[in-house]
Design a protein around this ligand. Sequence first.
Ligand SMILES: Cc1ncc(COP(=O)(O)O)c(C=O)c1O
Length: 417
Amino acid sequence: MSLDPQWVRSHFPSVLNSETVFLDNPGGTQVTQSVIDAVTDYYLTANANHGGAFPTSERSDAILHQARIAFADFLNAARPEEIAFGPNMTTLTFLLSRALGRWMRPDDEIIVTRLDHDANVAPWVALEERGIVIKRVDINTDDCTLDMSDFERHLSDKTRVVAVGLASNAVGSVNPVRTIADLTHMAGALVFADAVAYAPHYPIDVQQLNVDFLACSAYKFYGPHLGILYGKYEHLDRLQAYKVRPAENVPPHKFETGTQNHEGIAGAAAAVNYLATVGEKFGAPYEADYAAFAGRRKHLKTAMRATQSYEKNLFIRLMNGLRELPGVRFYGITNPARFDYRAPTACFNLEGHHPQDIAAKLGAQNINVWDGNYYALSLMERLDLETTGGAVRIGLAQYNTSEEIDRILAALYKILK
Ligand SMILES: Cc1ncc(COP(=O)(O)O)c(C=O)c1O
């Protein structure tokens, strides 16, 4: 069963009551009323610091614990203690890379990719100061996919960590992370997966992916600005975290520096619960490959499968329209038969037009799109776009409609006239 966009939109007050077409989603999505309510409720009923012997603190800790369970469900983690919260994915990744760096020696190697957002590059490159060697996996420039033979060339018994994205936030390519994880483990190294651009569009199963660590951001899938780090318990337990002495030295608390964004965590759990209701309403509950899941885990898997299929159809309409524009240069996978390996994010340029001009002209018509490099710096450099303003990016979410696709295509035609 496909998503009903009107049902979806009815949950998003900023979408429902607005003339704006939100196609800036890979930079951050709108939030549901339930997320707003959860944040408000936290302030009204549970606003306190962690670990106090009084009711609001106990309520606050109970809300945080429930949120951990919600994200363990969202990612199919083995236990809630494998989920740590933080300000955003970037900060959590710096925190983890620093902790992992403690366990490495000079001349050990880390593999990063040219497809990744810099948040999954810079935290690893920072370890060069400890003598760690960084290897960069190239891309196939024709379709902006990862060059897997280059990955295999770099992988060796010197590799300690492979840092790879599940999906590109710029061009949408989905990487074969399970295969990468298997090869990496055979080489005796660990895998860190950036799921920020993947989580809004696909079900995630950390056990099936067999990754050691994974990070995502709730504000990309209808929640507040918050980062989430998953780590296999044995790794989180073994690693020495950068922490203050009085803070608990057990997972996940040892990775949660200082006081957390409690209200944001409450809101993020509400975003997960919103997605579960999507699964309950629109999912196909008897999908064979989800037979092993129960309750919210099953609803979340089916919600994301329904999202994937709804957004894929919208994306085909968008891509077909964009590719007919005069002077268009479209980046990434274009063959719909390969769209299970492509997030619904369109990246393109129009000959003779600066990407920022296009974004500004659309913005003036209340159509939000991004331009620039969106911090996918290595990719833009590799595509030779970094010095010319990058590219325009249109990214879909559950609440987008085919009417909105037609509206942006018509607006682009008008700009080109
Ligand atoms: C693929 C990807 N990774 C990482 C990040 C950084 O996430 P955060 O803003 O939570 O630090 C982003 C943000 O746009 C992203 O798109």
